[in-house]
Design a protein around this ligand. Sequence first.
Ligand code: SAH
Length: 265
Amino acid sequence: MHHRRRREFVARQAPRSLGAALTAAALFALGVVDAGCAAAPDADPWRGPREALVNDLVARGLRDRATILAMRQVPRHEFVPPEVAPYAYEDRALPIGQRQTISQPWIVAVMTEAIRPRSGLRVLEIGTGSGYQAAVLAAAGCEVRTIELLPELADSARARLARLGYASVEVRQGDGWKGWPEAAPFEAIVVTAAPDRVPEALLEQLAPGGRLVVPIGPEGGVQQLRLYAKDARGRVDWTVITEVLFVPMRGGSEERRAAPGGERL
Ligand code: SAH
């Protein structure tokens, strides 16, 4: 079962015959296959491991088509330091410097699927890190803005995303607790660092009908990956998707501790 699925993907994505190559070229011309996918597929030694990883995610329950296509396209090995690149297509978090990590692919997939990505969806990400989650959202068609607290990571992610062709992603250095008011409202918000409670500014900047996915909980402890949904009248409800382990969301929470009751919205 698993094998059959893998072979189908290989047949579609890594054409070996001229006929298949022409089909791929035609699909590319029609816009069915993205440039990242169609450019010299046989020259990419990471394609096999990436396909295998995504097949495993599908076997594990990943269903959303846009998310699956995006995860098949984005070269995760380009988002990690060279010394851990050999592990890029294993389902695990990896260090990206500055004591931060790139999330496990399964969690990236779950978070992406949770916001129901689609073409033109206006998304805000908090915690750019390597830029991988932002690239996955962009590959799924979303219009992405992303905020990173640490200047070094914001700069390197911006450069990486531009180099890899995710030119539409806007990276800002700043404190995600405040959101991105000038670009609000957002149809979806993805928070990839764990705050101790949901940042009010983010709930405010969520459009009616919007979805916000965020890990809530203490550093190093059990965190709940929550999905907040705002209905058409602005009422907010949340559910728990799963338990996760994210690096903490810094900034605003510390400000708040320093000035009790003084949280700025
Ligand atoms: N989404 C990233 C991984 C996120 S790791 C990726 O795909 O690689 C969490 C990131 O959140 C870290 O880079 C950390 O510096 C950042 N972060 C922590 N607190 C933040 C805050 N208040 N605002 C913005 N970014 C924050």
